[in-house]
Design a protein around this ligand. Structure first.
Ligand code: ZN
Length: 252
């Protein structure tokens, strides 16, 4: 079994709770991180350090990309958080922060094994493109999902939207709470699986989210964590917007 985590966003209590849950679950041979370890949250250096140690592989997310190359296309709130994150890493007392920035520049945007692709955003634009539930609706951009499904072998795991669920080849989206306990993907069809967000879920469930893949089935895991702790660190930080704290309680 492997575990897939994504979009931690500087939320250390959420990451610690997820890693503990993985340990308790047992049988997980490797953890893959699909990016956005930083951004929005108050403990970017701690999350990068822990994630780098716990994961077999870390991919580049759009927030890491923004740290290195500039926060283009970000909202004002997200951009301010990235600017603060960069300063926090550059001025980190242990000098480990500087090493973390160097590490980010080496992260791959995509990883392939067997018939599986791992990316942050989408198989055809690894870092930036969003694959959205609304892409399955009437009136969606013509050909978008066909193009996305043509760009990966059989299974593709993504993060980025913070909305866990499974896209099927016939253009349905199954939200993680509809999937139940174990969604079989051994039928040879193609699936694109959004693993959800550890540190800032946006599906109205505030618990940290991650995914386990057994080789034949997908399992979604939700883990309660100390939201008060993260929210108070955000509120103590004048460079981080209050909204980044309040949304954690609502899962939005
Ligand atoms: Zn994200």
């Amino acid at each position: 079994m492997i575990a897939l985590i994504s979009d931690i966003h500087g939320n250390l209590p959420a990451l610690e709770a997820v890693l503990l849950d993985i340990e308790r679950l047992g049988g997980v041979s490797a953890i893959y991180c699909l990016g956005d370890v930083v951004g929005y949250g108050p403990q970017p250096a701690e999350c990068l350090d822990l994630c780098a140690r716990a994961s077999k592989l870390m991919l580049l997310g759009n927030h890491e990309h923004a740290l290195i190359y500039g926060a283009y296309g970000f909202t004002a709130v997200a951009r301010r958080a990235i600017e603060w994150t960069r300063q926090a890493l550059e001025r980190h007392p242990s000098r480990q922060g500087r090493a973390m920035l160097d590490l980010l520049e080496t992260l791959p945007t995509c990883h392939l094994f067997d018939e599986v692709m791992l990316v942050h955003g989408s198989p055809r634009d690894h870092v930036m493109e969003y694959v959205l539930e609304s892409d399955t609706w009437d009136g969606a951009e013509p050909g978008k999902l066909e193009g996305i499904f043509a760009a990966f072998p059989r299974l593709c795991f993504v993060g980025h939207t913070h909305r866990p669920g499974i896209f099927t080849e016939d253009q349905c989206f199954l939200a993680s709470d509809e999937v139940g306990d174990g969604f079989d993907v051994s039928d040879g069809a193609k699936y694109l699986i959004n693993v959800g967000s550890v540190g800032q879920p946006r599906d109205k469930d505030p618990r940290a989210c991650y995914t386990v893949f057994s080789g034949t089935a997908i399992y979604y895991r939700r883990v309660a964590y100390d939201i008060d702790h993260t929210a108070s660190l955000i509120r103590e930080n004048p460079r981080l917007s209050e909204r980044l704290a309040s949304r954690l309680y609502k899962g939005e």
